[in-house]
Design a protein around this ligand. Structure first.
Ligand SMILES: [Fe+2]
Length: 226
């Protein structure tokens, strides 16, 4: 069972998609990008009698991590992210908390498990594969939920565009390569993004992403993929 929770970030009018996935039989669960409003996420977990095993982060920006500390302390679990995102997650470089009028949300290194490209995280009935997709940040990743062919893309890929590349550790060249990697290798997945519409076939995102990328980088996905 997959649930999307649209979370408002600290009364800003800015929303992020947090996801809860759980196995119907065992009730083992994973939360992806607990953006804020820990009480909303916790109340869903309690209402459905879930056994939360891990938090997965697509990247370290504040609007994806603000509920992490509350949730990991309550359930005594670890948070999983990419090794290249470590500095942002433990607070060595800005995660743009200040944009939301907040102090930098630091996550204790001891509470983290940092993984590499293609490492897998398993709960009963579900396997999540980490896919390195740098660009929006250097340690941005997608997670492929293998059993359902669902790709959680964070801020790498949205329904009609890709994530901004003008913040610290971002790179437009990197995101171009990451998008090529996704379109080449994950043709039949459904995309569940960090903001906005979700659940679309990845092929539906292609033309608008291609246009935007060509405008910004002169890279034409058609040339690279064919
Ligand atoms: Fe972001």
């Amino acid at each position: 069972m997959l649930e999307k929770l649209e979370i408002e970030i600290s009364n800003t009018g800015h929303y992020t998609n947090s996801y809860i996935y759980y196995d119907d039989t065992s009730k083992e669960a994973i939360v992806i990008d607990p953006a804020d409003r820990a009480e909303k996420i916790i109340s869903y977990i309690e209402k459905h009698n879930l056994r939360l095993k891990y938090i997965l982060l697509t990247h370290g920006h504040a609007d994806h991590v603000l509920a992490v500390n509350t949730i990991i302390k309550r359930y005594r679990i670890k948070v999983i992210a990419n090794i290249n995102e470590k500095n942002m997650i433990i607070g060595n470089i800005t995660n743009y908390s200040n944009v939301f009028g907040l102090i930098q949300e630091k996550i204790n290194e001891d509470d983290c498990i940092f993984l590499n490209d293609e490492d897998e995280v398993k709960i009963q009935g579900a396997t999540f594969k980490m896919i390195n997709t740098p660009g929006h940040t250097i340690g941005s990743v997608c997670y492929l939920l293998k059993e359902e062919n669902i790709l959680f893309t964070g801020d790498t890929l949205f329904s009609n565009c890709f994530g901004r590349c003008d913040l610290v550790t971002a790179s437009i060249e990197d995101i171009a390569n990451s998008l090529v990697k996704l379109y080449k290798n994950y043709k039949d997945v459904k995309v569940y993004s960090g903001h906005g519409d979700t659940g679309m076939d990845i092929s539906k995102t292609y033309e608008s992403v291609r246009e935007e990328l060509r405008y910004n980088t002169l890279v034409d996905l058609n040339d690279v993929l064919n």
